[in-house]
Design a protein around this ligand. Structure first.
Ligand code: MN
Length: 499
C-alpha cells in the first residue's frame, strides 16, 4: 500500500498569519519538495494576485516531477487563472456545511451544488485534473456531502477531498468518515487542521480507512494551529504502519529548516521528528543508555531523517561527565583549563542555556587556545549601535601593565570594537584583520556564537577563536586572543634575540 503526498505548504501553509513568500522563495521550496518526492504540490491560489500567478507559472516552468496544482473556488475566474498558469490540476474547493453555505455564501445547498458542477465541468473541459474538495466537510450533513462529491465525480472530478477545516474530528470519527467516502470509487484525500492537536492522528486514521492521499504542510504550518505535518505523517506511516510514500526521509530535517527560515515560523524544540530536541539527550542515565545502544531511548535514528543526535549538558551536569566527553573528543585538557571550561558551562547553565556536545567542543577548543599569560587584557568595552547612529566602540585595555583608552567607529559594532582595539595596541603591534568568520553553533538567536579570526602583524599570522553567547564579545575576545598570541610571540623572539 502506498500513500500519495499532496503538499500544501505554499497554499494553506502560506496562509499562516504573518507569512508571505516571494517568488524566489516559493520556487526554492517547490524545487526542494519535488526533489524530496512530494507527489502533488499545491503551488498557490492563482486568483489571488498577479504575483501569485507569476510564482505558480515559474514553478510550472521548472518542469518538476510533481503534479503542480492550484487552489480554486467554484468560480469561472478562479479556474481561468489556474489555466493561465499552466497547472496540471486544480484543488477545487466548495463549502458543504450549512454553516458555510448559509452564513458565508448566503446560498442554498442546491445553488452550491449547481455552481460546483459548472466549475468542475468547465475545468475538466479545459484539460485540468480536478480534485473536488469539500470545505468544512466534517461539519456537513453526511448524506449531502456524499451526494455532492458523487455528482462531482460524475461530472469529471478524478479525485475527491474532504476537509476538516476547523480540526473537529477525532481519530475514531475520521476512520468512519473517510471509510464512507472511499465507497465513491475514486482516490480520496484527507485534509486536517490541528486545532485540537489531532491533525496527524486523524490523517493516519483516515488513511487507514482507505483514503490514499494526505494533504500536509512542512512543519505543520498553516492557519491557526496549522495543518497535519508532512514529516510526522510520512515517518509515522513508515515506522508505525509500514505504509510507503515516495518521500526521501533523509531530506526531512533540511526541508524543515528551509521552510522555518524562509517563513520565519520557527519550531518549538520538542517538535516531533525535526525539532532541535527530537534526538537530544540530557546527560545522565538516558545519555548513558543511548551511548551504549541508541535504541534504548530513540524510536528511530536521527540519520533516517537527516537530523543529528545531541547530548545536552544542563546546569546540573557533573564535572565527571564533562571530563569524560572532553576525553572522548580527543582533547587533552589540564586541571586549570578544565576548571575554566567547567565554570563557563555552569555560567551558561545559570543563564538558562543548555550546552550541547558541539558547544562543549567549541568551548574546550577555545579554552585550549587561550594563553595562560595575557599581555593584553580587556577591562571595559562600551558599544553604541542602532538605527541612525554611527556604530562606536570605546575600550579600556591593559597592555603590559599600562592602561589604554581608545575609541573607534566602524560599519557595525563589531567593526568599531576591532578598530578601537587595534588603536589601543598600535604601539606594540600593527594588527591587520585578515579573516573573520562567525558561526552560530546550535542555531537560534540565543545560540553560542563561535568567532574565528586570522590576524596579521608583519610576517606573523595567527588565528584565534572565541565562543560566547554574545556576538560582539565573541568577536572582541577572538581578536584579543590573537593580539595576545602576536604579542607573546614577539616577546619570545625579543628575549631569544637578547640571548
Ligand atoms: Mn486547509
Amino acid at each position: 500500500m502506498e500513500t500519495k503526498i499532496f503538499d500544501t505548504t505554499l497554499r494553506d501553509g502560506e496562509q499562516t498569519p504573518g507569512v508571505s513568500l516571494t517568488l524566489d522563495q516559493k520556487l526554492r521550496i517547490a524545487s526542494k519538495l519535488d526533489e524530496m518526492g512530494v507527489n502533488i504540490i499545491e503551488a498557490g491560489s492563482a486568483i489571488t494576485s498577479k504575483g501569485e500567478r507569476d510564482g505558480i507559472k515559474k514553478i510550472v516552468s521548472e518542469d518538476l516531477k510533481a503534479e503542480i496544482c492550484s487552489f480554486a473556488r467554484a468560480v469561472k475566474g478562479d479556474v481561468d487563472a489556474a489555466l493561465e498558469c499552466g497547472v496540471i490540476s486544480v484543488h477545487l474547493v466548495v463549502p458543504t456545511s450549512d454553516l458555510h453555505i448559509e452564513h458565508k455564501l448566503n446560498k442554498t445547498r442546491e445553488e452550491v451544488k449547481k455552481t460546483a458542477m459548472e466549475a468542475i465541468e468547465y475545468a475538466t473541459d479545459h484539460g485540468l485534473i480536478v480534485e473536488f474538495s469539500a470545505e468544512d466537510a466534517t461539519r456537513s450533513d453526511y448524506d449531502f456531502l456524499k451526494q455532492i462529491l458523487s455528482e462531482g465525480i460524475d461530472m469529471g472530478a478524478k479525485r475527491i477531498c474532504a476537509c476538516d477545516t476547523v480540526g473537529m474530528l477525532t481519530p475514531e470519527r475520521s476512520y468512519k468518515f473517510y471509510k464512507g467516502l472511499t465507497e465513491l470509487g475514486v482516490p480520496v484525500s484527507v485534509h486536517f487542521h490541528n486545532d485540537f492537536g489531532l491533525a496527524v492522528a486523524n490523517t493516519l486514521s483516515g488513511l487507514r480507512a482507505g483514503a490514499s492521499q494526505a494533504h500536509v504542510t512542512v512543519n505543520g504550518i498553516g492557519e491557526r494551529a496549522g495543518n497535519a505535518s508532512l514529516e510526522e505523517v510520512v515517518i509515522s506511516l513508515s515506522s508505525l504502519y509500514n505504509i510507503k510514500t515516495d518521500i526521501n526521509f533523509k531530506m526531512l530535517y533540511e526541508m524543515s529548516k528551509t521552510v522555518a527560515r524562509t517563513t520565519g515560523i520557527y519550531l518549538q524544540p520538542n517538535k516531533a521528528i525535526v525539532g532541535e530536541n527530537a534526538f537530544a539527550h540530557e546527560s545522565g542515565i538516558h545519555a548513558d543508555g543511548v551511548i551504549k545502544n541508541a535504541k534504548t531511548y530513540e524510536p528511530i535514528t536521527p540519520e533516517l531523517v537527516g537530523h543529528r543526535r545531541r547530548f545536552v549538558m544542563g546546569k546540573h551536569v557533573g564535572s565527571h561527565i564533562i571530563r569524560k566527553r572532553i576525553k572522548e573528543m580527543g582533547l587533552k585538557v589540564d586541571d586549570v583549563r578544565f576548571e575554566q571550561i567547567f565554570k563557563r558551562i555552569k555560567a551558561l547553565g545559570d543563564m538558562g542555556k543548555c550546552v550541547t556536545d558541539v558547544d562543549l567542543q567549541a568551548i574546550a577548543e577555545d579554552a585550549l587556545d587561550v594563553l595562560a599569560e595575557k599581555p593584553v587584557e580587556l577591562e571595559e568595552l562600551t558599544i553604541v549601535s542602532g538605527n541612525k547612529v554611527t556604530p562606536t566602540a570605546s575600550v579600556k585595555i591593559n597592555v603590559e601593565g599600562m592602561e589604554k583608552i581608545e575609541a573607534g567607529v566602524g560599519v557595525g559594532p563589531v567593526d568599531a570594537a576591532i578598530v578601537a582595539i587595534r588603536k589601543s595596541v598600535k604601539d606594540i603591534a600593527d594588527i591587520q584583520l585578515e579573516e573573520y568568520h562567525v558561526d552560530a553553533i546550535t542555531g537560534g538567536t540565543d545560540a553560542l556564537i563561535d568567532v574565528v579570526v586570522k590576524l596579521k602583524n608583519g610576517d606573523n599570522i595567527v588565528s584565534s577563536r572565541s565562543t560566547q553567547p554574545d556576538i560582539i564579545m565573541a568577536s572582541v575576545e577572538a581578536v584579543l586572543g590573537g593580539v595576545n598570541k602576536i604579542v607573546s610571540d614577539k616577546m619570545i623572539n625579543e628575549s631569544e634575540n637578547k640571548e
